[in-house]
Design a protein around this ligand. Sequence first.
Ligand SMILES: [Zn+2]
Length: 386
Amino acid sequence: MRRQNLALVLGAVAAHGPLSRADAAAATGLTRAAVSSLVVELLQGGLVVELGPAPSGRVGRPGNALALSPRGPAGLGLEVGVEHLAACVVDLRGEVRAEARLPAANRGRPADAVLAELAGLAERVTAEARGLGLRPVGATLAVPGLVDAATGTVVRAPNLGWSALELPGTLLGLPLVAENEANLGALAELWQGGALDVVHVSAEAGIGAALVVGGRLFRGARGFAGELGHVPVRPDGPDCACGARGCLEQYAGEQAVLAAAGLDPAPEDQVGLLAARAAAGEPRVLAALEQAGTALGTALSGAVNLVDPAAVVLGGAYAELGAWLLPGMRRELAGRVLVRPWRPELLTVSALGRRGPLLGAALVTIRRILDDPGSAAASGPPRSAG
Ligand SMILES: [Zn+2]
């Protein structure tokens, strides 16, 4: 009961803060005495801070207002991409306080080497965060592939060449969980106030999607929902790495778009290369992106007809290609979605862009703390720097 009430009070501070104990009592339905006692625990755990009396003459902020702590428990987000590694630490307020990103050629690279380099990056950002008084209490890794969250196994990440890879249960002494990167991108959007029924597309080397239904991630029976990249666009199309033919990735995946554009892969950041050449108005690049947008729209129209989402969001690295992909996507959706008129503004580009999955990964721990403050408070007050 006390654990639940801790979560209630912390949730009120998160949703309405800064707020006084009296306002917290009103928001939660608990007595003022109960709130005061719970606040002592939240203060000791480093989860909330007192802002002190409002400056005189300033209205609207109550005396000794409570707010989420910018120090104390924090979440570590990690990402393995085909062309990069990234790590960030997010505080309880959801703000990124330390972040690092490295280009890395991870396609076909041994997983041990990838994870060792990632651990080095994680060490850097956690050291920086500790210097700011933050204390990471959990880590989540975003992976571009099928992840069995229950066992921490990457079942298959074709663009990395990983299969049946068991991840370690901890990293730098923190509990480590893995999650599909498209799911994390969708959760980041949702947790930042996005729509409750969404098809979220996340694309880079591969194309993934996540379904959010009624404000919850829809995982499917075995946890692998959202493999949009292997939805057929043309049943008699080119062979796909998955063993089927004519999948969306063969028309809109990064490699397919580069080939159609007549570009050699860059050493890193293929999407940046495509965006630069498209911005320069190269006709073959524009045509390749137009074709990719059309294929994405064709595949997505199936998903939209099936689940009737409030919004379709283009996230991941492809958010940077939105200017060139959206027209074809919108045209296909307008022509193929049964419930008319399909409104073009229902398809948007994620403001989080490439950062979405990494941010979502870090926010997994923050959401867990907000749902169960006792889990973080139990591990003690913030450690000093160093
Ligand atoms: Zn396929």
